[in-house]
Design a protein around this ligand. Structure first.
Ligand code: AMP
Length: 445
């Protein structure tokens, strides 16, 4: 199958060609035809499968016919990064088609959004909260909406956006096409799909299968040796661009600082920085200014870094789904990638869960020359013990809110910790200025 078989308008076909897409990915092959027929679609696919183009291309095709200058398609996404990525995809795939889209999310000045909406756009890519503000202020007109997309619906649910989604739905025309994409299908999403989709076509790709080009390995190590082992791993591995995951934003920040101190061009994505600094970290990672980005699951959500060569789990994730999601960022489209996970004795159960999901054992590796025998410091220095699940202060609701970090060592993981982490900071902190050092800079301290 190739893209010609969809019979896209020449302007859309030009966008596909300019993007360098030759063969549709499985989700595209399955979803594009029913979406072009105007059917409602439930798409089970995670980031990295090409799901964005699976809904963007048929929407662009629809917009080639009919009026311009009013909102005809609304795409709702959980994070600003994802919203920006979708907006960028529309911008590049719809360049010749001259389709105009705008992003609408909080944490930035509302006025430029109002101006763009006034100026006339066909597509709005929005996060729920700010979209509701615009609806409330009357600065967006959705009366002529034709297509609604809810992207990463499970994530929006996890972040507490479901009531907002329901409120948004009340302001949309009943007669519309609705597409719902989700990596997983928990009961709440099933209910939502049942309520809002009419006679939907369900398409599913590898919801629990990782990209085939990824090599997985685990590195058993004691908690207090993780940072040393990470530095050793980086020294011995030919890495282009590395995404490191930690369990808490505090650990992300500290580890980012330690990597920087060791001479790496590293940044961390976590709470307490402005949207501008966060964007600078993301842009810097994308353009290679930063070789290493340290992030929590939620802070990294939506990052599209197609060039990520290595995902390193400094802390193992809480669920097999989170593992698949993390490593979905490496080994994209025909590229190969490596996924390394540091595991301590207490991660044994999660390792088995991941192996069951992957239906394959994870290769155990040790780093030659690394001194695994260094004893744990007597005093509880940072990271000598496993991280404690972050605590949510009373009254906090959605992701992005400031959150106090519980940093006391010694506490065991709890089941609720993943949800808490997903509420972990949505803003960035770059650790110091980028240093102009090479890939294999040696430790300096
Ligand atoms: P997504 O799952 O939408 O985040 O897409 C993952 C990556 O795959 C993005 O970098 C896309 O540009 C890329 N991509 C999407 N469709 C194709 C395709 N048909 N061929 C090659 N790369 C693609």
């Amino acid at each position: 199958m190739d893209f010609q078989s969809f019979n896209f308008h020449p302007h859309i076909a030009a966008g596909v060609e300019a993007a360098g897409y030759v063969t549709p990915t499985p989700i595209q092959a399955q979803a594009i035809p029913p979406v072009m027929e105007g059917r409602d679609v439930m798409g089970l696919a995670q980031t990295g499968t090409g799901k964005t183009a699976a809904f963007v291309l048929p929407i662009l095709q629809r917009l080639m016919h009919g009026g311009r200058g009013h909102v005809r398609a609304l795409i709702v996404a959980p994070t600003r990064e994802l919203a920006e990525q979708i907006h960028e995809a529309i911008g590049s795939l719809g360049k010749q088609a001259r389709i105009r889209s705008v992003t609408v999310y909080g944490g930035v000045n509302v006025n430029p959004q109002v101006q763009k909406l006034k100026g006339g756009v066909e597509v709005v890519v929005a996060c729920p909260g700010r979209l509701l503000d615009h609806i409330g202020q009357g600065t967006i007109d959705l009366a002529k909406l034709e297509v609604l997309v809810l992207d990463e619906a499970d994530q929006m649910f996890d972040m507490g956006f479901l009531p907002d989604i329901k409120r948004i739905l009340k302001h949309l025309p009943q007669k519309r096409q609705t597409l719902l994409f989700s990596a997983t299908m928990p009961d709440d999403i099933k209910r939502l799909a049942h309520d809002i989709l009419r006679d939907p076509v369900t398409v599913q790709v590898g919801s629990v299968a990782p990209p085939v080009t990824v090599t997985h390995a685990i590195y058993p190590v004691e908690q207090h040796l993780k940072t040393g082992l990470l530095l050793e791993l980086l020294r011995h591995t030919d890495t282009e661009s590395v995404l490191v995951f930690t369990r808490t934003k505090h650990r992300a920040k500290r580890l980012g600082e330690q990597l920087e101190k060791a001479g790496y061009k590293a940044a961390s994505l976590q709470g307490n920085l402005s949207q501008n600094r966060r964007q600078a970290a993301l842009d810097g990672f994308r353009d290679g200014t930063f070789q290493i980005l340290v992030a929590t699951d939620i802070a990294a959500r939506g990052i599209d870094v197609s060039q990520v060569s290595h995902v390193i789990n400094y802390d193992i994730p809480d669920t097999a789904e989170a593992y698949i999601h993390r490593i979905g960022r490496t080994g994209r489209a025909a590229r190969s990638g490596d996924a390394f996970t540091m595991v301590t004795g207490e991660d044994a159960l999660m390792v088995r869960t991941i192996e069951r999901t992957l239906k394959a054992p994870l290769e155990r590796r040790t780093v030659e020359g690394f001194d695994y025998s260094v004893p744990a410091p007597k005093k509880d220095t940072e990271f000598a013990r496993p991280p404690m699940p972050p605590r949510r202060p009373a009254g906090e609701k959605k992701g992005g809110a400031q959150q106090k970090q519980a940093t006391k060592p010694g506490a065991a993981k709890s089941k609720s910790s993943e949800r808490q982490h997903q509420k972990d900071g949505l803003t960035a902190h770059t650790t110091g200025s980028p240093k102009q050092r090479g890939n294999h800079a040696r430790r300096t301290s």
